[in-house]
Design a protein around this ligand. Structure first.
Ligand code: SAM
Length: 297
């Protein structure tokens, strides 16, 4: 089979199945030695670069993408997130591009407060770590600025933690991983009043909506990573209510949430009475995507 014949046929099939065309390119680039220029210029020498065996594998995976609606990242088992190469499996949520910004918000806070060693050299926690993306990116930042911060990451899912550990090793970062529900493992570590920052992308989708997302998400991503209970705010309420027992005074708190939740979360933080400097941050699409706060002194 000729590569271009296969590509053109599946380019059309992608359109018919309402699958973004760039995913076909993404899969081709991941599985072959081709580069973007080869694809754009329709390089004639391609048959030497794509063996029949590779083309057969490509075709098998792409048919799964089209017919079973399996996300391409699960098909290849990998994703690039920020500058990290991460392994993914159906045990973990595929880390999303909009979540990348949470790292910029945290590092901006740390840089602005770098004179205070309690942030740069403190204990930071990623609650609901999944693939480990946030924890690993934080560890990388603190390593780059040569600070002594210690990163802990928690997840309820043992299977997710297995993947997160592989990712930390793969990206040469030290993260302490713990299995358990939210603050439970931190209590065992006696981290009350010790934590400089809590960062989390918790499940925040209302249970009923989880069943009606795109089939790629509803049928293939772990519901434990998505389902935030009746109103989507179950995990966030736990993070608002329990974090004050663990944060140092001035400690940083940030969560990701979905469109429409930011004002409710602001009210929850205000009503709790332990927080100050409450801020809402928008993502690149203009959606209020994160809420941050600091513990009162
Ligand atoms: C939205 S995913 C975020 C994954 C990853 N941090 C990211 O940003 O891609 C939420 C994560 O929270 C974890 N989780 C759900 N309930 C939990 C609980 N009670 N305690 C700890 N982690 C939990 C899920 O297993 C999942 O990995």
């Amino acid at each position: 089979m000729d590569f271009w014949e296969w590509y053109d046929r599946n380019f059309l099939a992608a359109k018919q199945h309402d699958v973004p065309i760039y995913e076909l390119d993404w899969l081709v680039l991941r599985l072959t030695d081709l580069d973007k220029l080869d694809l754009r210029l329709r390089s004639p020498n391609i048959s030497q670069k794509v063996t029949l065996e590779t083309l057969t594998t490509l075709d098998q995976l792409w048919q799964k993408r089209l017919n079973d609606r399996i996300p391409v990242q699960y098909l290849t088992g990998e994703v690039t997130w920020r500058d990290l190469e991460l392994q993914v499996s159906p045990a973990v949520l595929i880390p999303r591009p909009e979540t990348e910004l949470i790292i910029d918000i945290v590092t901006d806070f740390v840089n602005k407060n770098s004179k205070d060693g309690s942030y740069t050299n403190g204990v930071w926690v990623d609650l609901g770590t999944g693939s480990g993306a946030i924890a690993i990116a934080l560890a990388q930042h603190f390593l780059n600025i040569k600070s002594q911060a210690q990163i802990h990451a928690v997840d309820y899912s043992e299977a997710a933690l297995e993947i997160a550990k592989i990712n930390a090793n793969k990206n040469h970062q030290q993260v302490y991983f713990h299995q358990g529900s939210w603050f439970e493992p931190l209590a065992k570590l006696n981290l009350q009043n010790q934590i400089a920052g809590i960062v989390s992308n918790p499940p925040y989708i209302p249970s009923i909506e989880v069943l009606n997302l795109q089939p790629e998400v509803t049928n293939h991503e772990p519901h434990l990573a998505l389902d935030g209970g009746d109103d989507g705010l179950e995990a966030i309420r736990e993070l608002v209510n329990t974090a004050p027992q663990y944060l140092i005074s001035g400690g940083f708190w940030i969560v990701e949430l979905m469109a429409g939740q930011s004002e409710i979360v602001r009210s929850l933080l205000q009503a709790n009475g332990n927080y100050t400097n409450i801020q809402i941050h928008r993502d690149y699409a203009g959606i209020a995507r994160f809420v941050s706060a600091q513990m009162l002194d």
